[in-house]
Design a protein around this ligand. Structure first.
Ligand SMILES: Cc1cc2nc3c(=O)[nH]c(=O)nc-3n(C[C@H](O)[C@H](O)[C@H](O)COP(=O)(O)OP(=O)(O)OC[C@H]3O[C@@H](n4cnc5c(N)ncnc54)[C@H](O)[C@@H]3O)c2cc1C
Length: 495
C-alpha cells in the first residue's frame, strides 16, 4: 500500500531568535503557514520598549507592557516558545544553541530569523553602567524606578538630619533622543506634580532634572525646528537642557561633562539614567564571523536587500540588528521586516518568485514631553502640543500587545494624566541591588541552581529523617486531638 511505511514529511522548521517586535511579528505572520516555528528568547515576555520609561517613573506596571510571549502565541498552534539566551549559531550545521541557567539546548532550523535587537552602548565606558543604568529591559526600568523614588526617600532622611541633599535631588538623564527626552520630562513631572504633597522635610519641587547631550540639539532625528520646540517645552516643564556636553566621567556620586571649548563641569547626582547610544546584539558578530558580512560602528550587520545574510539565503536578520539603507532603529522597521521575512519564507515554500527588496514605509516618529504635550513627525507633517499628544496616545494604544495591556495602560494613564497619581510606585531593595549581586557570582545565575543529581545523597538522608519526623508529628497531633476531645485542657493533671 502506497505510503504505509513512509513517515509524514517533516514540516519546514523556522527558528526565530527574539520575542521583541521583529521576532513576534515574524512569528505571527507565519500563523497560517505549513511551518513549525520555535521562538527562542532570553525573556519570557514580549516587551513594548517605547513605554519602559513609564514603568521606570511609576505610571505603568511592568506587566502591562510585557505580556508573556507564551500567552500571546497560545492560539498559534504552529508556534512554540523556548526560554534561553542564544550563545551560538552554527551556520554550517544550521543549529542555534541557547542556554538557561548554564544548561544548553540545541535547536535545528531550515530557516533562521535573527531578531535579537540592541542593547545600551556606553561608548567604551562600560563601567558607567553600574551607576547609570540604561533602559532596555524590565530589569533596567525597575532598577531605575527604585533609584529614582529611592533618591527622594534618602533625601527626606538626609534633610531631616539637616544634611545637604542636593546630590540626591539632582537627576541626570544622559542622551537627548526620544528616550532621554521622555524620561527627563517624566521625572520633572514626578518631582513638580506627583510628589508635591508627599514629603515633610524636602520639597520635591526643588529637584533638578538635567538632560545632557554631546549633540548641539535635542531630538536630532526630528529635525532642527521640532528639536528647538521640544527643548523649549522641556524647559517649561522644569528640565535643564545641557547641550554640547559630553560625559567624560561618571561614578556613584555624580558625573563630569566636558564642553566643546574644553570647559568641564561636575554635576553631583546619585540617580543617573543612561539613554545615549545603542549597540546591536553580539549575535551580529557571531553571524559576521561565519558569513563575512560587514558590521558597522554600532555592531549592526550588513544584510542583502531581502534581509538575508550574505551567502546564507536561509538566514534572515531583522530589526535593530541590521545596517541597511540607513534604516532607523525603530519598532516599525522591525515589525515590517518581520512581516516581509515571513512572506519570503512562504513564497519559497510555495515555489513562488522572490519578493521585491524590502521597502520600509515610514509611519512617523513621536516623543511625549509632558502631560498633554508631545512632538510628532509624520512625513512632511510636524505636530506639537495636545494634538500631537493625542496622536501619541492613539498609536501607542494601537500597538500595545493584547486587550489586557491596552485596558491597563489606559486606566493608568487616566490616573496619571487626568489626576496626579502614579499607581506603580512600589520598589524593592532587590530590584535595585539583586542584579549587581548576581553579576558578582562567577557563573551568574547558573551558580544559584545546581546540576541535577548534585544533592542526591542529602535528599536520601532527608527522606529518612522525614519518616521519623512524620511519626513524631502524628503522635503530637493525636495527643492534641485527644486533649480537646476529652476536654482535658486547663484541668489539673492527676498524679
Ligand atoms: C526605551 C526605548 C524607547 C523606544 N521608543 C521607541 C519609540 O517611541 N518608537 C519606536 O518606533 N521605537 C522605539 N524604540 C525602539 C524600538 O523599541 C526598537 O527599534 C525595536 O524594539 C526593535 O525591535 P527588535 O525586534 O529588533 O528588537 P527588540 O524589540 O529589542 O527584541 C529583541 C529580542 O531579542 C531577545 N534577545 C536578545 N538577545 C538575545 C539572545 N542572545 N538570545 C535570545 N534572545 C535574545 C530579547 O530578549 C528580545 O526579546 C525604543 C527603544 C527603547 C529601548
Amino acid at each position: 500500500m502506497a505510503g504505509q511505511n513512509e513517515t509524514a514529511p517533516e514540516r519546514h522548521r523556522v527558528v526565530v531568535i527574539g520575542s521583541g517586535f521583529g521576532g513576534l511579528f515574524t512569528t505571527k505572520a507565519l500563523r497560517r503557514d505549513d511551518v513549525e516555528v520555535t521562538v527562542v528568547a532570553k525573556t519570557t515576555h514580549h516587551l513594548f520598549q517605547p513605554l519602559l520609561y513609564q514603568v521606570a517613573t511609576g505610571i505603568l506596571s511592568e506587566g502591562s507592557i510585557a505580556p508573556p510571549t507564551r500567552e500571546v502565541l497560545a492560539k498559534q498552534k504552529n508556534a512554540s516558545v523556548l526560554l534561553g539566551e542564544v550563545t551560538d549559531i552554527d551556520l554550517e550545521k544550521k543549529t542555534v544553541t541557547s542556554v538557561v541557567l548554564g544548561r544548553p539546548t540545541v535547536s535545528e532550523y531550515d530557516s533562521l530569523v535573527v531578531a535579537a535587537g540592541a542593547s545600551q552602548s556606553y561608548f567604551g565606558n562600560d563601567h558607567f553602567a553600574e551607576f547609570a543604568p540604561g533602559m532596555k529591559s524590565i530589569d533596567d526600568a525597575l532598577e531605575l524606578r527604585g533609584r529614582i523614588f529611592g533618591a527622594f526617600e534618602m533625601a527626606e532622611i538626609g534633610a531631616s538630619r539637616g544634611d545637604n541633599v542636593d546630590h540626591l535631588l539632582t537627576f541626570v538623564v544622559v542622551g537627548a533622543g526620544p528616550t532621554g527626552v521622555e524620561m527627563a520630562g517624566q521625572i520633572a513631572e514626578l518631582a513638580h506634580r506627583t510628589l508635591k504633597n508627599d514629603f515633610r522635610h524636602i520639597n520635591p519641587d526643588d529637584a533638578r532634572v538635567i538632560l545632557v547631550d554631546a549633540a548641539p540639539q535635542v531630538l536630532p532625528p526630528f529635525g532642527a525646528k521640532l528639536g528647538a520646540e521640544a527643548k523649549k517645552e522641556l524647559e517649561k516643564a522644569g528640565v535643564e537642557v545641557m547641550l554640547g556636553a559630553m560625559v567624560t566621567d561618571l561614578d556613584e556620586r555624580g558625573l563630569t561633562v566636558k564642553f566643546k571649548d574644553g570647559e568641564t563641569k561636575r554635576i553631583d547626582s546619585v540617580a543617573k539614567i543612561w539613554a545615549a547610544g545603542v549597540q546591536a546584539s553580539s549575535l551580529s558578530k557571531t553571524l559576521a564571523e561565519q558569513s563575512g558580512a560587514t558590521l558597522d560602528r554600532a555592531g549592526r550587520i550588513g544584510v542583502n536587500p531581502d534581509l538575508t545574510l550574505p551567502g546564507h539565503p536561509e538566514v534572515f536578520v531583522v530589526g535593530d540588528m541590521i545596517a541597511l539603507n540607513n534604516l532607523p532603529g525603530v519598532a516599525q522597521v522591525a515589525i515590517q521586516g518581520g512581516k516581509y521575512t515571513a512572506k519570503t519564507i512562504k513564497a519559497r515554500l510555495d515555489n513562488k518568485a522572490p519578493l521585491e527588496p524590502f521597502k520600509y514605509f515610514d509611519k512617523g516618529s513621536m516623543a511625549i514631553i509632558s502631560r498633554f504635550n508631545a512632538v510628532v513627525m509624520m512625513g512632511k507633517f510636524r505636530l506639537t502640543g495636545f494634538i500631537a499628544w493625542l496622536a501619541w496616545l492613539f498609536l501607542h494604544l494601537l500597538y500595545i500587545t493584547g486587550f489586557k495591556g491596552r485596558l491597563t495602560a489606559l486606566l493608568h494613564w487616566a490616573i496619571s494624566f487626568l489626576g496626579r497619581g502614579r499607581s506603580e510606585r512600589t520598589t524593592t531593595v532587590q530590584q535595585i541591588f539583586a542584579r549587581q549581586a548576581l553579576q558578582r557570582l562567577e557563573h551568574g545565575a547558573a551558580d544559584l541552581v545546581s546540576e541535577p543529581g548534585k544533592y542526591d545523597s542529602q535528599r536520601k538522608a532527608a527522606a529518612e529523617a522525614e519518616v521519623a519526623r512524620r511519626e513524631e508529628l502524628e503522635t503530637w497531633a493525636a495527643e492534641e486531638a485527644r486533649l480537646s476531645d476529652a476536654n482535658e485542657r486547663g484541668k489539673q493533671q492527676k498524679s
